[in-house]
Design a binder for this molecule. Sequence first.
Ligand SMILES: [Zn+2]
Length: 253
Amino acid sequence: MNGVQIGMKLRIDCCNRKDDTLNKDIYLATFKNSYGEDWWFDYNEENDMGILWGVDVDYKHFYVFDGICSRLIFDPEEKEWLKTVWNTYSKNKNIYLNDTEIQHNNKYTYLTKNYCPICLQQKNTFENHHCVPSSEGGSDDYVNRLIICNSCHSLITNGCYEDRYPRFLTAVYHQSYVYGIDFYTMNPKNNKRYKKDTGLYKQRPFIKKMIETYNELDVNEQIDFNKKIKQESLYYYKYFRSIVKNIITENLE
Ligand SMILES: [Zn+2]
């Protein structure tokens, strides 16, 4: 199955690993395709994440978020099976896995009940994080300012690479999931210190291309495109959040 790809694809190559200690007898669902190849599926409720492995991929683990396994291309029968098992076993309809929800005022975005959207813990001390840093043209709009706990903020600011990078991307994809294309168009626009071709756009040309593509679409196509941005971003949000929570342990380089 191909995941939705709008040019935001980053480092997804780190998304699989081979685990020799995998116990193939523990799984929730299994499927034999018409070539006689077996697939297995398991599910981690804590992070609403599926794990998929099969003979055809040498028993490597592939992660499934929101029913999407972005690195694998499936036959229709396999796609249908994955869809069915996902709908059967995925239990968490609230993406934050707790009784909290996303809110914003005209200054920043935040989760209710003192939850940090990065580590998903209830904390007492919070700070205002610029998801796209000011030095890259990140704006002071609420789309770019996310309230996160001071521990996560401190790790994003001063942490080692393994602590900083997944938190940085968790915050970016969280806002991209919530605001879609607006997260990208509003960012450099309202910041008078930076021209559009510097900072964010210069370092990540795919963002500029994504906005150009969006602007060429008609209204209905734009709605679909924006949905795909949000859907793909939700996938990456959960993926990097799982690394932050050490549910997925990956070497990011
Ligand atoms: Zn946190």
